[in-house]
Design a protein around this ligand. Structure first.
Ligand code: MN3
Length: 210
């Protein structure tokens, strides 16, 4: 994946209909091919006149937004966050979701008491996002917690390492689930890419404990 200017629309690792019946093909197509495409386009548009920023990674742009020229700062925050968050969200789903049994699973059951408790807390947080945003499972030095971000803010700017995320902007579910975010969250729980989440978790554990 190209991780600096000129940013590109990263193809999904599955087809648009792969997550049926939980997430419908039309929602996936519009979400990826229009919403994410617009974030990519607008991020490039903001950066195009600033050659010295063309080698900066997406993470560097997001984490150093305060160092950016004032006239593009908000556009890079919004659209850079939009690209980062959507890539994370799309990569974090799978049509062949297997229940986990690795170190993340052990950490989840240890932190929350049980998988059921984790799901209860996850639903509460994802439902509680007022307006548009995301719920995240994050790791801080290997310690798990669930957090939310508004609009296109990322956990990176709060020093948290993301493990998995659910996009709760209405465009992520409105065509199929209408206003019923709880039903969408329930369906999303069926398509978590646990292998990817495990990989993300191991990266944060390795970084801090070895
Ligand atoms: Mn979205």
């Amino acid at each position: 994946m190209k991780n600096h200017y000129k940013f590109e629309l990263e193809p999904l690792p599955y087809t648009y209909d792969a997550l049926e019946p939980f997430i419908d093909a039309k929602t996936m197509e519009i979400h990826h091919n229009r919403h994410l495409q617009a974030y990519v386009y607008n991020l490039n548009k903001a950066l195009c006149g600033y050659e010295y920023l063309h080698s900066w990674s997406l993470e560097k742009l997001i984490c150093n937004a305060d160092r950016l020229p004032a006239d593009i700062r908000q556009a890079v925050k919004n659209n850079g966050g939009g690209v980062y968050n959507h890539n994370f969200y799309f990569d974090g789903m799978s049509c062949s979701a297997k229940m986990p049994n690795g170190r993340l699973w052990a950490a989840i059951t240890k932190t929350f008491g049980s998988y059921e408790n984790f799901v209860t807390e996850w639903k509460k947080q994802a439902l509680g996002v007022f307006g548009s945003g995301y719920a995240w499972l994050v790791s801080n030095c290997g310690r798990l917690c669930i957090m939310t971000t508004a609009n296109q803010e990322t956990p990176l700017t709060r020093g948290q390492c993301p493990i998995m995320t659910i996009d709760v902007w209405e465009h992520a579910y409105y065509l199929k689930h209408y206003n019923k975010r709880a039903d969408y969250i329930e369906d999303w729980l069926q398509v978590i890419n646990w292998e990817k989440a495990e990989m993300n978790f191991l990266k944060t554990v390795d970084r801090h404990t070895f």
